[in-house]
Design a protein around this ligand. Structure first.
Ligand SMILES: [Zn+2]
Length: 206
């Protein structure tokens, strides 16, 4: 082998070795990201399967309940980042709105249902989680039935994405105005922590 050929061969194998290394790296990166995305997809799916089947609410009087459960099933990741202000953080140890729909809790609670409907409606309009949290907090925080916040509420307040600087613009927060109305015989506010209406509903359901 002439010295020119030797260097040419060496350069070639260097390039090939380098390409092989890159290929391995790319393959590994691809596999890792595929694994991560399938894991997070699995996470989403398992969250949504925790929500009770909306189809069980067949009665025409339960149409809003069905819509509420369907909303939670559709956007479980958003509901998991919202706080339910009905008082279930204390009465039922709920840590997020999603918890309201993994049992029959949401059936008797207009606040839970409305919050889930707002989450879905805003998500469909392309609003992000920060705007949705702001809209829900603005509308329902005043309905929180307890004098002092629970540990879960304190945790939520420290983690929520909006604050004075990041507050959505007025036009964005006007989303609040277009909330589906609840049935007239359903009392809104203080449902779980305040009155016995919800616990009565639960008893009836059993
Ligand atoms: Zn609730």
């Amino acid at each position: 082998m002439t010295s020119t050929k030797f260097w040419q061969n060496n350069a070639k194998s260097g390039i090939i070795g380098c390409m092989a290394k890159h290929f391995t790296l790319i393959t590994l990166t691809f596999c890792a990201s595929a694994l991560i995305s399938s894991l997070s997809a699995w996470g989403e799916e398992s969250k949504s399967t925790q929500v009770l089947d909306p189809e069980q609410f067949k009665d025409p009087t339960q149409i809003l309940i069905k819509k509420g459960y369907l909303a939670a099933k559709t956007v479980p990741d958003i509901c998991a980042k919202l706080f339910c202000y009905c008082g279930c953080d204390i009465t039922d140890k709920h840590s997020s709105l999603l918890d309201c729909f993994t049992s029959d809790h949401g059936v008797g609670c207009p606040i839970c249902i409305e919050e889930a409907l707002i989450a879905l409606a805003m998500h469909k309009k392309g609003k992000d989680i920060c705007e949705i949290q702001y809209a829900v907090d603005k509308r329902y925080a005043k309905q929180y039935p307890f004098d002092s916040p629970s540990e879960n509420l304190k945790k939520y307040n420290s983690e929520r994405l909006w604050d004075v600087d990041k507050r959505p613009t007025k036009s964005q927060s006007k989303e609040n105005d277009k909330v589906p109305e609840l049935k007239k015989n359903k009392k809104s506010g203080n449902c779980c922590g305040g009155s016995s209406e919800h616990s009565k509903d639960k008893k009836d359901a059993k």
